[in-house]
Design a protein around this ligand. Sequence first.
Ligand code: COA
Length: 230
Amino acid sequence: MLNIDPTLATVHTVGAVTKISFISGHVAGALTSRTDDIAKWCATLAPTASLRTGAVTTDIAALLQSFGFTQARELVLLERDLDGFNTSIAIQDWAVSAWRCHSAARIDAQAFPIGWDMTRSEITHALQATTYSGIAFVNQGRQRIGYALVGTSLDHAYLQRIAVLPPAQGLGFGALLTESCLRWAAERGAAKMFVNTESDNQPALRLYQRFGFELCGERLFVMEKAATSR
Ligand SMILES: CC(C)(COP(=O)(O)OP(=O)(O)OC[C@H]1O[C@@H](n2cnc3c(N)ncnc32)[C@H](O)[C@@H]1OP(=O)(O)O)[C@@H](O)C(=O)NCCC(=O)NCCS
């Protein structure tokens, strides 16, 4: 088990993958001064386990590369001003509960490739990462077929996750969720919303750009250290 300062990162082990999500803020500075810790994390893990980070900035990616991490995913960051955002479209129920996190994780597991989905505990942590947060669902009949996680801290909002079950994709559910998240954030006084996605995720990019999100120019990376490379 990795012993990581909880103010620096949260750790989730899923099968043979240990996922480290750095807490945003002064992470680049904090990590640079704690390179001994990174070396320790790499040494502590069983040889069959691999390490994977959440989205990190270019400077952290470069630092981790010097410890043998390689780039697993390249992400782009998009932003949208919420000034004057107005819509009548809205999902009403944004409650956060253990059961709703469980439902969201079930959808996530089917919408993302194996190993890239978020577990219930990762979803719970993502919800705790912002001052205010909510989960919305869309239903087809009585079945929950899509969900979104959104949060705000100060005047910034984050569309943390959005997923629709594959058979229900392309039918407008993603649009309904996105528009509802924008309204949720605007109603809570956020000035801007941010979202990141893989640079080649065309359905997600089209969806976000359709709702006025623009590329910020910043690249983010998911870094991995494979079991065999230690
Ligand atoms: C991204 C995602 C949430 C979109 O949900 P959706 O319900 O399919 O979206 P909508 O039906 O509202 O369509 C929104 C836009 O995406 C486009 N789109 C949907 N599926 C697409 C596909 N397979 N290929 C290309 N574009 C697609 C639609 O054409 C639409 O664009 P348009 O308005 O310009 O025509 C869904 O594809 C998904 O769950 N993907 C897997 C998880 C994921 O990648 N999440 C986002 C990254 S965190």
